[in-house]
Design a protein around this ligand. Structure first.
Ligand code: ATP
Ligand code: MN
Length: 480
C-alpha cells in the first residue's frame, strides 16, 4: 500500500524507538548532504531525517531540494540533536514531487509578510503561516464546540439576499444582467431588475442577523458562522471585503446576558487554542517579540502574546457605558493636548478607532465592553432604552484590534421598531417577514456579531487582517 504514513506530529511525540516508520512531507532544508528537515503541516516542528553518507545515489540526493515532496521509510532512532527526541534514519527515499531550487519562491530565510502575501498560494509552507492557519482551524472548531455544548442550533443563513436594509456596509451586487448597456431599463432610465435572475435586485449578504432572529424565535438559541461581504473601500489592517462572521442570536437574553455570553465565548475559544496550539502560539509569540524589538520603546506593547492571551482568559472585561467612555476621553490628556485626530467635544459622536484604542490600550489596558450608545449612531433594530436617547448596544474592543464584537438587545416591541424604521426611512414593506416575528410571539432577545478574522488576529498577534485568511479579498485584490 502506498500510504501507511505516520504524521510527523505523532512521530515526534513517540516515546519508543527502534521501529520502522514511513513519513511524507516537504523538504524545508537539506544540510551537509545528510540531514533533511521534513515538514508535513501537522506541526510546526520538522522531523530530522538522516540520509547516511554513502547510502544514497547522488542522483537522489541532488533532488532533495527545498520545497520537494518526498516519501521516506526508515528506522525511528533516538536523536542526538537538540530539541527533538527522535529522528528517522532513512532506508528508502522516494521523490514524489521535485522542486527546482532556483525557481522555488520560498528560500530558507526570513521573508517579509508583504512578499508572502503576493505568493499566498505558497505561504502555507512557512512556519508563520503554518502556525496561523492551524490556529485558525482550532478556533473555528472551538466555536462550534462551544455553541454545540450549550445546545445552540447552527443556522445557515443565505449568502445572496435581497434585503439591503441593514446598512451594515456597502454591498456587492449579484446579477446575471448584461453589463454592456443592453440591460432592460425602466422609464426613468434605472435598471429594471424584473428580468434579472431573481426578478429583483440582489446582493451578497453583509450579515446573517435578521435571518438569525427569525430562527431564534423558534429554536431559542442559534448561531451562524459563515462568509459575509462588504464593499469596504478602506485599506485598513482590520477590514476585508470577504470575511467570516459568527452571529449568535438568543431568545430570552437581555443586554447583560448577551455580554456574558460574548465574554464566555471569547474566553473559551482562546483557551482552546492555547491548549491545542501551544507550540504554534509559542512560535508566533517569539516572532512578535522580535518584531516588537524593531519598534521605538513607546510603541512596544507591554505584554507578550501569551501573557496577553492568559490575561484575557483570566480577567473580566471592563464594562462601561458610552456616556462614561465619552467622559473619560474628553477629560484625557490626549484630548486636551489635541493628540486625537478627531477631538471629543460632546456626547453623541461616533467613536473613531483612535478613541477605541486609547480606552483599551492606554486607559484600561484590557478588553472593554461599551454599552448604551446614542440611538442615532446605531442600527434600527437595537432596543430603545428608557431614556429615549440610547439603545441597548454593546461593542467589545480588544487591544491592538479595536472593535471585535458588535451586538445588542433587539427591539422586540412592534410599535417602537416600526417607529424607528420610519425615522430612519427603512421601508417596512421590504421587511415584513422580519416584522412578523414581532407580530407573532415576540420576546426579548439579543445577539452579536464577531468578526472571525479579527479574533484570529487577536489570538495570533498578527498586525494585518490580510495575513490571517488564506486568500484575502480587499480593494484591487482578488488573486488566487
Ligand atoms: P468597524 O467599525 O470595525 O467597521 P462595524 O461596526 O462595521 O465594524 P459590525 O457591522 O458590527 O461592524 O460587524 C460585526 C463584526 O464584524 C465587527 O465587530 C468586526 O469584528 C467584524 N467586521 C466588520 N467589518 C469587517 C470587515 N470589513 N472585515 C473583517 N471584519 C469585519
Ligand atoms: Mn464597518
Amino acid at each position: 500500500m502506498f500510504n501507511k504514513r505516520i504524521k510527523i506530529k505523532a512521530l515526534l511525540a513517540e516515546e519508543n524507538t527502534g521501529f520502522e516508520a514511513t513519513v511524507m512531507g516537504w523538504v524545508r532544508t537539506f544540510r551537509n548532504n545528510q540531514f533533511i528537515a521534513l515538514n508535513d503541516g501537522s506541526t510546526n516542528n520538522n522531523l530530522q531525517v538522516v540520509a547516511s553518507l554513502g547510502e544514497f545515489e547522488d542522483s537522489t540526493l541532488k533532488r532533495l531540494t527545498t520545497g520537494a515532496c518526498i516519501k521516506v521509510t526508515g528506522q525511528v532512532i533516538a536523536s542526538l540533536g537538540k530539541g527533538q527526541k527522535v529522528e528517522l534514519k532513512a532506508a528508502t527515499i522516494e521523490i514524489l514531487g521535485d522542486s527546482d531550487a532556483e525557481k522555488f519562491p520560498l528560500q530558507p530565510k526570513k521573508h517579509s509578510l508583504e512578499f508572502l502575501r503576493e505568493i499566498a498560494h505558497m505561504r502555507f509552507r512557512t512556519n508563520t503561516f503554518g502556525a496561523i492557519f492551524r490556529i485558525r482551524h482550532s478556533l473555528a472548531f472551538a466555536i462550534h464546540q462551544f455553541f454545540n455544548d450549550k445546545g445552540f442550533v447552527y443556522l445557515h443563513t443565505p449568502i445572496i439576499t435581497a434585503s439591503d436594509a441593514e446598512g451594515a456596509g456597502e454591498m456587492f451586487r449579484v446579477t446575471t444582467l448584461p453589463l454592456d448597456g443592453s440591460a432592460p431599463k425602466n422609464e426613468d432610465g434605472s435598471i429594471n431588475f424584473k428580468d434579472d435572475f431573481f426578478g429583483r435586485s440582489t446582493n451578497l449578504t453583509v450579515s446573517g442577523q435578521l435571518e438569525g432572529e427569525l430562527a431564534a424565535m423558534a429554536f431559542s438559541d442559534v448561531y451562524t458562522f459563515g462568509p459575509t461581504f462588504r464593499a469596504e473601500n478602506s485599506n485598513t489592517t482590520r477590514h476585508l471585503a470577504e470575511f467570516w462572521m459568527i452571529e449568535p442570536e438568543v431568545a430570552f437574553n437581555d443586554l447583560e446576558d448577551n455580554m456574558n455570553l460574548a465574554e464566555a465565548f471569547i474566553r473559551y475559544v482562546i483557551k482552546y487554542a492555547m491548549e491545542q496550539n501551544k507550540e504554534d502560539l509559542e512560535f508566533l509569540a517569539q516572532r512578535l517579540e522580535e518584531e516588537e524589538k524593531q519598534k521605538p520603546q513607546q510603541d512596544r506593547s507591554e505584554m507578550g502574546l501569551l501573557d496577553k492571551l492568559n490575561f484575557v482568559v483570566n480577567n473580566d472585561f471592563e464594562r462601561l457605558t458610552y456616556t462614561e467612555a465619552i467622559e473619560i476621553l474628553r477629560e484625557s490628556n490626549h484630548n486636551k493636548k489635541k493628540k486625537f485626530q478627531y477631538l471629543i467635544e460632546g456626547w453623541g459622536v461616533d467613536l473613531q478607532s483612535e478613541h477605541e484604542r486609547y480606552l483599551v490600550e492606554k486607559h484600561f489596558k484590557k478588553p472593554v465592553i461599551l454599552t448604551n450608545y446614542p440611538k442615532d449612531i446605531k442600527s434600527f433594530y437595537m432596543r430603545l432604552n428608557e431614556d429615549g436617547k440610547t439603545v441597548a448596544a454593546m461593542d467589545i474592543l480588544a487591544p491592538g484590534i479595536g472593535e471585535i464584537v458588535g451586538g445588542s438587545q433587539r427591539e422586540e416591541r412592534l410599535d417602537k421598531l416600526t417607529a424607528r424604521m420610519a425615522e430612519m426611512h427603512i421601508p417596512a414593506e421590504e421587511l415584513n417577514w422580519y416584522l412578523d416575528t414581532r407580530r407573532f410571539g415576540s420576546c426579548p432577545h439579543a445577539g452579536f456579531g464577531l468578526g472571525f478574522e479579527r479574533l484570529v488576529q487577536f489570538v495570533t498577534g498578527m498586525g494585518n487582517i490580510r495575513d490571517v485568511i488564506p486568500f484575502p479579498r480587499y480593494p484591487k485584490s482578488a488573486e488566487f
